[in-house]
Structures are given as C-alpha cells and as structure tokens.
Write a protein of this length. Structure first.
Length: 300
C-alpha cells in the first residue's frame, strides 16, 4: 500500500472547499489568537456546526483583511496537500466586510488568484447561502456572476426544496454565461432530493450527494448525466451523516459509474485533507488503490 506522502505528491483537485473554513485548526488558531473550546470534535449535525461558526469564527472575521487572511490560510494548506486546482467557495455574504463594495470584493479575489498563480490554479466559486438576505443576493449576485471572476456558483444551506425557486434566476444567468453550477444536497437528504436539485437547477456537479446511494436508479441517472459528486467523507463522518467510514457509500457510487471527487468541505472543522481522506479510505479497505488513483485524477 502507498504511504500518505505518495497521495500528497500526486496532483489533485479540491472542488468542495469553503475558503473561510478551509484551513487547518493550527493555522486558524495562530491567526485568531483564541481557541475554540473542545475543538475539533464530532458534531451533532449542521446545527452544532453553525452554532460554533456563529459564536467563534464569524465574529473573529470583521474586515477585508480578515477575509483575505482566511482565504490565504486555506489556499496554503491546499498547496501543502498537493492540490493543483482549487475550486474554492467564497460566500457572497463577505461583500458586507468590504463595505458592500462589490468592485473592491472582486478586485481582492482577483489579486488572490494572481498571487498564487505560479503554485495553484484557483477557480473562485460564488457561495450562495439559502438563509442569507435575499435582497442582497438579488442585488449582488448578478453583478458578481457577470464579472466572470467566479468560475462556478454553489447553493448551500438546509437541504430542503422549499424556496429553491428563489435562486433559479441566478442559475439561469450562470448557464447563459457558461459558469459551472453546483448545489449542496444529499449529505443528509435522500436520493429523490438529489435528483430533483440536479434537474431543477440543471446542475453540473453536486456537493456531497451521498444520499443518491439509497436509490440505484438515481445513481444510474447521475452516471448517465455525467454529474460529478464532490464527496467529503470526513465531513460526513464528523457530522453524523454516516455512522462510520466503513459505512460510507463512496465505493457504491463509484462502482455505479458516478463521477466522484474528494473534497475537504471545511478543513477547520473536519481536519482531513484530500490526500488524508483518500489514504484513510484505502487503508480501511473501503476503496482500492485503483479507485484512489481515479479519485486523484478526477477533474485534472
């Protein structure tokens, strides 16, 4: 069996990474100057995770420099893991930190992309939270997407169908401009919801999507449509979406012909890089070395 360094040395993509939470806890702690109590630890689903964000990480980030610092840390930890293409999500809410100056926000992102261009290809992703102020999304999203600074968009929040029609105009704009469309679904929701989101938004990729494994017909649908699922096993484990790593459906998804990549999701919370997650999957006999190579090469 290969050792961890072999996986680190292999070029790879991380297509599921929230850049405000994409760094190791050690990196964050040095910057923040104050610890998060009893952290990191397994969590009782997304509600507990969001409570930690509300009480600790969000209050610590106040200025444009803070946002840039968080993104810098996440990029550097991705580089250290051998990531060559980073589809990093930057939440639309951070426009507030730039005094609602969308041009300054866009310039800062462009500067970050250029800063690291000789080490990693950064493809900024516009993160759209379902619970964020809808008026601000309606005002800012069209301009941000039109700029083409963002190479993809991603909708996240509660994995429910109620209200998703409010975001359809954004996905329609992205489609017209040839921008990749993603959405979070199927970490805690079922196979039916995965298929509905894919069809409703005409998604190119699904963030998580493991719920699709509950229905072979949905796996076949994803495979036939060549929809990639950017799966985050350590996130699924730490949030209780799967009871153990051995119960993770990634092998079933791959064997069904579904395109799968491994993402970090929120490295700050879950503590495993792309390479470390693949190493764990192989070492526990969940996937084969051949599967590991397929995962590492996906998206390159």
């Amino acid at each position: 069996m290969k050792d961890l360094q072999d996986y680190i040395d292999h070029p790879k993509v991380d297509a599921h990474n929230h850049l405000n939470l994409g760094m190791r806890y050690a990196s964050y702690l040095h910057w923040a100057g104050a610890p998060i109590p009893n952290f990191p630890r397994p969590l009782d689903g997304l509600d507990e995770m969001h409570s930690i964000i509300s009480n600790y990480t969000r209050p610590r980030c106040q200025t444009p420099d803070d946002v840039v610092d968080l993104v810098d840390m996440s990029i550097n930890d991705a580089i250290n893991d051998g990531v060559k293409i980073l589809e990093g999500s930057i939440d639309i809410g951070f426009v507030i930190h730039f005094n609602e100056d969308t041009e300054l926000f866009l310039r800062s992102i462009t500067d970050i992309v250029n800063k690291y261009a000789d080490k990693i290809e950064i493809r900024p992703e516009l993160g759209l939270g379902k619970t964020f102020d809808k008026d601000k999304i309606s005002r800012w999203a069209p301009e941000l997407i039109e700029s083409r600074v963002f190479k993809s968009i991603d909708l996240y929040g509660p994995e429910v169908q109620n209200g998703i029609e409010e975001f359809k105009f954004i996905f329609d704009q992205a489609e017209r401009l040839g921008i990749k469309k993603k959405a979070h679904v199927g970490e805690f929701s079922d196979a039916k919801s995965v298929r509905h989101f894919v069809e409703f938004f005409e998604l190119h990729e699904v963030q998580h999507g493991i719920g699709a494994a509950q229905d072979d017909s949905v796996l076949k649908f994803l495979a036939n449509q060549k929809i990639r699922c950017n799966v985050c096993p350590q996130s699924n484990l730490m949030l209780g979406a799967v009871p153990s790593l051995k119960d993770h459906p990634i092998k079933k998804m791959m064997d069904a012909g579904v395109r799968v990549s491994i993402g970090t999701d929120d490295l700050l919370f879950f503590g495993k890089t792309v390479s470390e997650q693949i190493f764990d999957l192989v070492s526990q006999g969940i996937i084969t070395e051949k599967d590991a190579v397929q995962l590492l090469n996906e998206g390159l």
